[in-house]
Design a protein around this ligand. Sequence first.
Ligand SMILES: Cc1cc2nc3c(=O)[nH]c(=O)nc-3n(C[C@H](O)[C@H](O)[C@H](O)COP(=O)(O)O)c2cc1C
Length: 435
Amino acid sequence: MRIVLGVSGGVAAYKAVLLLRLLREQGHRVRVVPTASALRFVGAPTWEALSGEPATDQVFEDVEHVPHVALGQGADLVVVAPATADLLARAAAGRADDLLTSTLLTARCPVVMAPAMHTEMWEHPATVANVATLRARGVHVIEPASGRLTGADTGPGRLPEPDEIARAALAVVAGVSRVDAAGAGAGADRGPAQDLAGRRVVVSAGGTREPIDPVRFIGNRSSGRQGVELARAAAARGAHVTLVAANLSPDVAALVRAPGGVPDAVVEVETTAQLRDAVRSAAATADVVVMAAAVADFRPAHAPDAKIKKVPGQGPEPIVLVENPDVLAELARDRLRPGQVVVGFAAETGDAHASVLDHGRAKARRKGADLLVVNAVGEGRGFAVDANDVTVVDGAGDVVATASGSKGEVADAVWDVVVPRVASPTRDERAGTAE
Ligand SMILES: Cc1cc2nc3c(=O)[nH]c(=O)nc-3n(C[C@H](O)[C@H](O)[C@H](O)COP(=O)(O)O)c2cc1C
């Protein structure tokens, strides 16, 4: 395998020397890309002697081979260890101001980062936000270990041992996408089939809220349970999962943190506009997008900054609504990644003109999604209850499956329908583009 080992400037750079040796002993070709600061801790001769390849932070060397693009494009795996606070910030901002950050922008293979820094830096809101951004984009950020830091102090921020980083990084490529400091190889004895291993999945859950003023909103009754179960089921089946969570009810929010199939990244949103941005950002690298959130179709045209006051003897001003973007139809139209499977949810009620299923079929044809999961809501069904009863239709409106049971069981049944529609293995695709 062709591995790029990025090294940024912390004392733990010495551990990357051992990581390099380990990866070379396992037969991998490793190109070390240090930052300028990393070269002050460990010099280029060490990296070059142990890797057998040049080691530079410069984009203006060896220009005829266009290394700032070629290294990322040709890699099967990029590992950055240690990743400094500065490197995380530059990567999250999408900078390309040295060879390593340029490589991170051109890599289409799995990217694993092992941060190391003092606890204060690791816990600073800027670093927390940068890590969340990177995870939402599909980067596997390993939790640092707790222990002795550079000086006499201790706490979270320590680089995990080289063999742990190697095992975690190689497990990502092998399709076991969940990584943590102790978790190299985690998932080996996981129960469910790993039929989403190596896949990137985005699931939206909950219900959006549209502000009327700073204290009031238009919302809906969705608790987010079905979406969260879908995210958990996908994670348990090996996918890298980004959950876009809109106003989950407290019990469902607790479920997100519960053990077993926890999503890799959670992006919290409130309004439809925020949900749209978050889903589209994560969907750029996703194999499957599942829009399980109940998204408000309309929002107040104006939401004043101050609370609307009740004036005695004067009735309320009417609230004028405008239409929100149709997030599902846009995703189905734009296909932000080639071959992406787009799945929608339709919470419907029957009426005098048509049944729940007829409404769902019409919606499937209108939206252009690959699959639409139709469920009846109201009168103790669908929203905020533990069981669900769904019919899955394809883009033509034909029924392809039905499922009923707990929302966890329904989630697995939905993935059973989605998995065969996901295109052939990502690694074959990557090999194709790397040539
Ligand atoms: C002795 C020493 C140790 C350092 N250790 C770390 C560290 O562990 N983590 C970190 O984020 N920054 C550390 N720094 C600060 C970085 O070297 C500095 O932010 C630098 O700009 C990082 O550049 P780079 O991200 O391009 O490698 C250290 C600096 C010194 C002088």
